[in-house]
Ligand binder design. Structure first.
Ligand code: 5GP
Length: 204
C-alpha cells in the first residue's frame, strides 16, 4: 500500500507510551518533567519524523507534477507544517489562517471565529489545510466551509493527530499522522495555555 507498510504505526493505542516501536525502551516509559508538570512522551520525536516523511511522500504522490498550497492553522500547526513542507518534493507555497474557538467545553455548539485570514486567493489551487489536531471537528468544519467558498481546485486536510472519540462534526482528514485516544496532549506545536509548544515529543 501507499503507506509503505507504515500504517500500523499510525494508530496509537490506550497506553501511548508503549504503543510505538520506538517507544519500548525504558527511557520512554519514564516520566518526563516538563516545566512543572509530569508528562509522558506519548509519541517520540523519531516516530513523528518518520511519520511526517510518510505523509509528505503520500502528498507528493497524490499531487505528482502539480503545485500544492499549504494552509497552516495557527498556532498549533506551525511545527508540523514546517517539518512537513521540507519533505514534500513538489512545488509548494504556504499561507496561514488563525482561528479562535469558544465554548469547546460546553455542550452547546462551539463557535469558531476567524482572527487571521489568508494573504492571497486560493482559487484554482490544490489546497491542503494543515491542522495540528482534529478533536470535535468544529474548527475543521468551519474552516472547510470558509475555504470551499473560495473555489480551490482541490481541498484536502492534513492533521498531525486525530482524536475521533469526541467528534461532533462529520469531518475527517485525508492525511493523518497518528490516531490517538481521548487525552489532552501538548508538545510539537500543541500548547497548554501557550506553553509546551517547544517540546520535541507529543506528551500527555
Ligand atoms: P476541534 O475544533 O476539532 O474540537 O479542536 C481543534 C483544536 O482544539 C485544535 O486545533 C487545538 O487547538 C485544540 N485541541 C484539541 N485537542 C487538543 C489537545 O489534546 N491538546 C491541545 N494542546 N489542543 C487541543
Amino acid at each position: 500500500d501507499h503507506d509503505g507498510g507504515y500504517a500500523e504505526y499510525c494508530v496509537v493505542h490506550e497506553n501511548f507510551a508503549y504503543a510505538l516501536p520506538d517507544a519500548i525502551d525504558d527511557q520512554d516509559a519514564a516520566p518526563l518533567l516538563c516545566a512543572g508538570i509530569i508528562g509522558f512522551r506519548a509519541i517520540r520525536r523519531a516516530a513523528i519524523e518518520r511519520r511526517v516523511r510518510q505523509v509528505a511522500g503520500k502528498i507528493a504522490r497524490d499531487f505528482k507534477g502539480q503545485r500544492v498550497h499549504l494552509v497552516g492553522v495557527l498556532k498549533g500547526a506551525c511545527i508540523f507544517l514546517s517539518d512537513l513542507i521540507r519533505e514534500i518534493d513538489l512545488e509548494v507555497s504556504v499561507d496561514f489562517m488563525a482561528v479562535a474557538s469558544y465554548g469547546r467545553e460546553s455542550n452547546s455548539s462551539g463557535q469558531v471565529k476567524l482572527i487571521k485570514d489568508l494573504d492571497s486567493s486560493i482559487e484554482g489551487m490544490n489546497v491542503i489545510l494543515v491542522e495540528d489536531i482534529l478533536d470535535t471537528g468544529l474548527t475543521l468544519s468551519y474552516l472547510l466551509r470558509v475555504l470551499r467558498q473560495r473555489r480551490p481546485k482541490t481541498l484536502r486536510v492534513a492533521a498531525l493527530l486525530d482524536k475521533p472519540a469526541q467528534r461532533r462534526e462529520d469531518v475527517k482528514a485525508d492525511y493523518v499522522g497518528f490516531t490517538i485516544p481521548n487525552e489532552f496532549v501538548v508538545g510539537y506545536g500543541l500548547d497548554y495555555a501557550e506553553r509546551y509548544r517547544n517540546l520535541k515529543d507529543v506528551c500527555i
